[in-house]
Design a protein around this ligand. Sequence first.
Ligand code: CMC
Length: 393
Amino acid sequence: DWRKLLPGVWFHDPGLATTSGAESAITELDGENGILRYRGYPIEQLAEKSTFLEVSYLLLNGELPNQQQSDGWVNEITHHTYLHEKFRRKMYDSFHYDAHPMGLLCSNVAGLSTFYPDSKEIDDPANRMQQAVRLIAKMPTLATSAYRHSVGQPFVFPDNTLDYASNFLRMMFELGNPYEVDPAFQRAMEVLLILHADHEQNCSTTTARVVGSSHTDPYTAMSAACGALYGPRHGGANEAVLNMLDGIGSYENVEPFIEGVKAGNERLMGFGHRVYKNYDPRARIIKEAAHDVFAVTGTNPLLDIALKLEEAALSDEYFISRKLYPNVDFYSGLIYESMGFPRNMFTVLFAIGRMPGWLAHWDEMLDQDSRIARPRQLYTGEAERDYIAMSDR
Ligand code: CMC
């Protein structure tokens, strides 16, 4: 404990790049070697063999479920997907028709706290798990309600006979005729959600822990995490990547764009990471998953520009010397767009995937009886001075 070893000493570390704020047994990330493991299981194995709900159970409970536990868990999640009708109608109707779905999601996740006042009992682990079930179950319903509202389409109620990913896809896209879920889309959705499920102390997870450390309820803490995810440096990057690819427009413009990035005029979105100084293992898996989706939908015309951009960046001294590689967001947007998701839903998809990770960290933090997050600062303002009357200013 530094406070006892060096009383009165503290550290100045903007961006907390060299500060560990937590002890955690959830996710292991070795950025130098491109390794990512949830509870010890390599992300590659989970993406290939597991499901999103199984991974959610693993993150929250520490172990893979046996058959009975798995059946119980899936059943619980499946039966908490509905939103209170009053909440759904009134909350969504109160937003403008073109409201960004991420803005709706942040607000409505927080709004749920008013429906579940029992969630304030954060000292009770069983109660915490109950809220975790509700949040994971309701995320697709919240997300698709936001989308349907933004395009003026009637809301589609959850179907308890479907698996998590299929239910989500159906609530998104069913219109008029029954929606048949393509198995390639279902699997791609599972893989993408698994890849986003946790990433240790990233900006939004840290937010969940910091806000949770004040002992507020989980809906409010998770809403804060959604807010952190929204930004283009974090979960908003997937939307920004597609807008960037659109802006580049053609093959010939890739080189001038790279020059512009090197000159500091813009950022290469979907590239670089605070911790990965090697190829992001999630980007590798997503690149492969993209082919399965494109086999059904036909290729995304922006894929060629993305591949050329990656090739140009990976052979350029600027990116090599700074160890900048594609991250999870570089290719995910291309898949989402080919599946029919509008760009303003990309970060919402990230949020659905990240919810179990946020919850697992929040739960772990409360188990550890952690202290309230309250960093120090280096004060750089004025020294003491006397108040000046308005007439003398
Ligand atoms: N394009 C161009 N240059 C970059 C980029 C980029 N995307 N990322 C970092 N750099 C440069 C940066 O200018 C700096 O150069 P210099 O040493 O000359 O000043 C150097 O690389 C180190 O970068 P940094 O700013 O210290 O890196 P950071 O750890 O503070 O930021 C980041 C990490 C992810 C915010 C940043 O790489 C970035 O803005 N990337 C684009 C946005 C993006 O794709 N975000 C998604 C991250 S992965 C999904 C998630 O977890 O949210």
